[in-house]
Design a protein around this ligand. Structure first.
Ligand SMILES: Cc1ncc(COP(=O)(O)O)c(C=O)c1O
Length: 392
């Protein structure tokens, strides 16, 4: 997105996306005259309930699953929490299994949930090693499963470095061992296949604001028969899995966003990957001591991420902002942290590289000219930045 008056270019679609005007339009009546609580028995409530259930059916159709397998949540983070905590606790209660697996390159919504389960609930947590692209090899996963393993959580696509995991193969390894498999699809859902009959997962997390929907709403897909208990208790909404009055306008908005991003997915991916590759080549060819992070091909089509040796990534973001480009150093939640990211450390980057990270993510309004301007200004900013670090 470019704001022509101030020449501001938005290159941070992985952090969040603008809400599609069609989505805004559909939500509006549910903030005003159609305000009923779906749990109320009167007509206002019944109408709201019909709207939520129609939304659930449309989401289910988009994900090729049954409406009863859709749980509406307040965000991707909540979906991650519900899946991991809910299933880990339910399975342990059922058959005593208490070994749970994830990686060190997940979003904090996943890693912090694992850490909490270890610290406060006595679960045995292990981390599956990733390769230099930050992805998991199915045979590495297989070797770590034990008869005590209950749940594995591995992200579909990485938010910081864009790499895509072989999610179906990983899911098959878990299914063969009778282990429940969750994937955080918050970044992947807008660009990758999310047909729940095609990918072998028991649970998948989705967040609307990464796909031109509103913030504050998400989905957890829960395959029928998956043991799970609510992490938020209270009323019986969402089949007892997620207490809290349903947020009708946001649920409706999320549904339209999800249906929209399923249209022309392949064409959009092709369009973005062409732009992304111009960007990657331009950056790597024009900046000495630069590296692409994540997989060069098996990566999100709109996502480019780099490290520059002896560069302060946080300062580079400020320089870029002053030059009119809104980028990120990786996860939006971690911007400003002076320490190298866990993801970059985990894929083996030395500190003098890992501190100089940059994520550029493209979206509906990105034009080739934006990328060309970016490639022109970035090399000078990197030179200045290196001088500031005394490495010029
Ligand atoms: C991979 C991943 N998982 C989870 C989240 C959290 O999603 P939300 O902001 O909807 O809570 C994000 C957001 O950046 C993400 O990139």
């Amino acid at each position: 997105m470019s704001d022509s008056k101030s020449q501001r270019t938005y290159f941070d679609y992985a952090a969040t996306t603008p809400v599609d005007p069609r989505v805004v339009e559909t939500m509006l009546p549910f903030f005003s005259d159609q305000f009923g609580n779906p749990s109320s028995v009167h007509l206002f409530g019944q109408r709201a309930d019909l709207v939520v259930e129609a939304a659930r059916s449309r989401c289910a159709k988009a994900l090729n699953c049954s409406p009863s397998e859709i749980v509406f949540t307040s965000c991707g983070s909540e979906s991650d929490n519900l899946a991991i905590r809910g299933t880990a606790l339910a399975v342990r209660e059922k058959d005593g299994r208490d070994h749970i697996l994830t990686t060190k390159v997940e979003h904090d919504a996943v890693t912090h949930t694992f850490q909490q389960l270890e610290k406060y609930n006595g679960f045995k947590v292990e981390y599956i090693p990733v390769n230099k692209f930050g992805t998991v090899d199915p045979e590495t996963l297989r070797a770590m499963l034990t008869p005590k393993t209950s749940i594995v959580s591995i992200m579909y696509a990485n938010n910081e470095i864009g790499s895509i995991n072989p999610i179906n193969e990983l899911g098959i390894v878990c299914a063969e061992a009778g282990v429940y498999f969750h994937t955080d699809a918050v970044q992947g859902a807008a660009y990758l296949p999310i047909d729940m009959h095609e990918i072998c997962v028991d649970m998948a997390s989705i967040g609307a604001h990464k796909m031109y929907g509103p913030k504050g709403v998400g989905i957890l897909y829960v395959k029928q028969g998956t043991p799970i208990i609510p992490s938020q208790t209270g009323g019986g909404q969402e089949s007892g899995l997620r207490a809290g009055t349903s947020n009708v306008p946001l649920i409706v908005g999320q549904t339209v966003a999800l249906v929209n991003i399923q249209n022309n997915k392949r064409e959009r991916a092709r369009h973005y990957s062409e732009l992304r590759d111009i960007l990657i080549t331009g950056v790597l060819n024009n900046i000495p001591y630069s590296k692409l992070t994540g997989h060069p091909i098996i990566r999100l089509p709109n996502h480019a991420s780099f490290v520059f040796k002896n560069v302060n990534g946080n300062e580079l973001l400020m320089q870029l902002d002053m030059a009119g480009f809104a980028c990120s150093s990786g996860s939006a939640c971690k911007t400003g942290n002076p320490e190298p990211s866990d993801v970059l450390t985990e894929i083996g980057l030395e500190r003098d590289w890992a501190l100089g990270s940059l994520r550029v993510s493209l979206g509906t309004s990105t034009r080739k000219e934006d990328i060309e301007r970016f490639i022109k200004i970035l090399p000078d900013l990197v030179i200045k930045n290196r001088k500031m670090q005394g490495a010029g």
